[in-house]
Design a protein around this ligand. Sequence first.
Ligand code: PEP
Length: 255
Amino acid sequence: MRHTIIAGNWKMNLDLEESIELAKSISKNIENKELNSNNVKVIVSPNLIALSSVVNELKNTEIQVSSQNIYHKESGAYTGEVSAKMVKSAGVNTVIIGHSERRAIFGDSDQEVKSKVNSAISNGMDIIFCIGETLEQRKSKKEFDIIKAQLEQGLLHLSTEQMKSIVIAYEPVWAIGTGETASDSQAQEMHKYIRTVIKDSYNEKTSENTHILYGGSVKPSNAKGLFACSDIDGALIGGASLKADVFCEIINIAL
Ligand code: PEP
């Protein structure tokens, strides 16, 4: 049985104090909401400087913390990078891998994404695995091929057991940070397709048990329609996760 996941990706926003403040405001805002018993899981993803402090701030709450990235190596001469083991030592057990900003700006190839997945899995971490097509790819009707290729090249080598650690986030690149959202039917159509690809690679049970989030300009005004779609299990939220009241309004829609 799947639950709803509302995940906030704070990206490279907020300094240490602001991050702790936002975490505090979110937890205060949804105090007594009994997320777990309502089948809703909330995750926030601060920058690396704030990771440990936000974990500490949220330690007595039901809100989980994820990292926005890892490097696939365990340790060594990789200036500026952090490993799965290092973010785990900060009390973080989930990592976002394959975000389109990582792919487009930092050159994370499908091979690199796959290596990061393997590193996270071998360190016992859960993964929010992001995939999505560009506007050009959608205009040329290649969106299903692109999504299938991203899944095949980065994820579908995992075993059925390892797939239990995976949450997929479908984030059409043209909808990220643009104010443009996929319509409910466009999103549902792709989520259903992703489930079919998983079923063909594994089995019906793995497909039905895999959480698939939608991401791309999710806000209170469009969340209700998206969450009502049968194959959409919540959202990965950028801009609208930076204000506690807005983020919590979306959480309340999921509750
Ligand atoms: C994201 O970065 O994952 C995202 C979906 O951003 P936004 O909600 O701002 O479009």
